[in-house]
Write a protein that binds this ligand. Structure first.
Ligand code: KET
Length: 463
């Protein structure tokens, strides 16, 4: 009986999510049935009408009705890049670090930790608990909240290992959809393209708050405050902990403090996405300040952490979701419910990446080595900003390009439009997302002149 109820509720909530996603993806009101139907058909397999199940038996396909979906706006850039035979091609799409030689980087400290793990015969491949590796969870909470965080000392933090940043966001939002009173999440405009999809499919309803001002290429702080002020009390607010993607524009500490005061006064629930800790400034502590000022006031929040970028563990899929609660008792109950979210989703997380992270975080010497390598990556990105800025100045490219050196983190939000981006890809084999975002981490001193030539041509010929 109970099982049947759970099943019915599951079906209803799945239907609700799909119809909300259809609405969201179409960016239309629910009445715009035609565009919703076409989006559902392309992005959502349940949106199309299935042919007879016997079709396959008679030589057709039971999947003949399935419409080809578009490539992902970010990961699809790499797919297109891989197909291009040009020797001068450059991939500035996905946010993945490359060396000066344009190669992916495995950190030395990661190689050392892996060697230690391989040489330890006591290590086995048993399942991890549903919540993941306990050491990893404790150390991850300390990394983001600070080792002296009262929330950690008071056992008020429920941390679970998840599948990198994306998985942490997904588990966190599924938990909120089931257990939190307010289902609306406010995300910055613009934001990482996967955010609305993750939250909508988890069962939340997505709204945006103003964030970026194209005129100043900076923060629209007034707009942000106004939009959060008019959000319903209790609403969830997604905040990029640092190195905002795609804009590279972060609030100052003083502005963070004002955001905190406003959010706390309205009872808005912060959900931090921390995908770039250490990548913005080169300092792990400095990049966690936004999160820490919220935790220091004793209030509750959620944080999704990723080790993809800062430890270069992209494909290992290692991250953590932490929910800071008002008491240890609440944290125990929250963790028990997180397990119910995770178990039917992927049962328990993979062991290898989390073991690498835990090995590094718990060893003083390895941790120190990591901070040095991390700083070197951040510094190389910062130096690419200066090189590109200088190269555009040297070419006399029309426009004010100072935002290239002002913006923070892995990306520059260039201000180039869709047509200019398409031109650069076609004529110069430069691959980037169509919103004009370039991954500075994909550049090297050898490729900067080529990029500057392309931008110069795009701006002068396509304006
Ligand atoms: N949050 C943000 C803000 C983000 O930019 C990414 C990845 C993630 C979370 C998820 O990362 P994960 O690998 O799940 O830990 N962004 C880059 C890669 C991608 O789109 O998947 C990007 O924007 O290029």
């Amino acid at each position: 009986m109970e099982e049947a109820n759970v099943h019915d509720e599951g079906c209803r909530s799945a239907e609700r999510r799909l119809s909300t996603l259809g609405r969201h993806l179409s960016g239309q009101s629910p009445s715009s049935a035609a565009s919703r139907a076409s989006l559902m058909a392309s992005e959502n397999p349940n949106g199309a009408i299935a042919p007879s199940p016997t079709a396959g038996f008679y030589g057709g396909s039971v999947f003949a009705h399935v419409v080809k979906a578009p490539e992902d706006p970010i990961l699809g850039v790499t797919v297109a890049y891989n197909k291009d035979p040009s020797p001068v091609k450059v991939n500035l799409g996905v946010g993945a670090y490359r060396t000066e030689e344009g190669k992916p980087l495995v950190l030395n400290v990661v190689r050392r930790a892996e060697q230690m793990l391989v040489n330890d015969p006591s290590r086995v491949k048993e399942y991890l608990p549903i919540t993941g590796l306990a050491d990893f969870n404790k150390l991850s909470a300390k990394l983001i909240f600070g080792s002296d965080s009262p929330a950690i000392q008071e056992n008020r933090v429920a941390t679970v290992q998840c599948l990198s940043g994306t998985g942490s966001l997904r588990v966190g939002s599924e938990f909120l959809a089931r257990h939190y009173s307010e289902r609306t999440i406010y995300i910055p405009q613009p934001t990482w393209g996967n955010h609305p999809k993750v939250f909508t499919l988890a069962g939340l309803s997505v709204k945006t708050y103003r964030y970026y001002d194209p005129a100043t290429r900076g923060l629209n702080f007034q707009g942000l405050l106004e939009d959060l002020s008019s959000a319903p009390s209790g609403a969830i607010v997604l905040l990029h902990a640092c190195a905002h993607n795609p804009t590279g524009v972060d609030p100052t500490l003083d502005q963070w403090e004002q955001i905190r005061q406003l959010m706390r006064s309205k009872g808005l629930l912060p959900f931090f996405d921390s995908a770039y800790q250490g990548f913005a400034s080169g300092s792990l502590d400095a990049d966690a300040q936004s999160v820490r000022i919220f935790v220091a006031d004793g209030g509750e929040c959620l944080t999704a952490q990723s080790y993809a970028k800062n430890m270069g563990l992209y494909g290992e899929r290692v991250g953590a979701l932490s929910i800071v609660c008002s008491s240890a008792d609440v944290a125990v109950r929250v963790e028990s419910q997180l397990k119910l979210v995770i178990r039917p989703m992927y049962s328990n997380p993979p062991i290898h990446g989390a073991s690498i992270v835990a090995t590094i975080l718990k060893d003083r010497a390895l941790f120190h080595e990591w901070t040095i390598e991390l700083k070197a990556m951040a510094d190389r990105i910062i130096s690419m900003r200066q090189l590109l800025f200088d190269a555009l100045r040297a070419r006399g490219t029309p426009g004010d390009w100072s935002h290239i050196i002002k913006q923070i983190g892995m990306f520059t939000f260039t201000g180039l439009n869709r047509e200019q981006v398409a031109f650069m890809t076609q004529e110069y084999h430069i691959y980037m997302t169509s919103d004009g975002r370039i991954s500075m981490a994909g550049l090297s001193s050898k490729t900067v002149p080529h990029l500057a030539d392309a931008i110069h041509a795009a701006v002068t010929r396509m304006s």
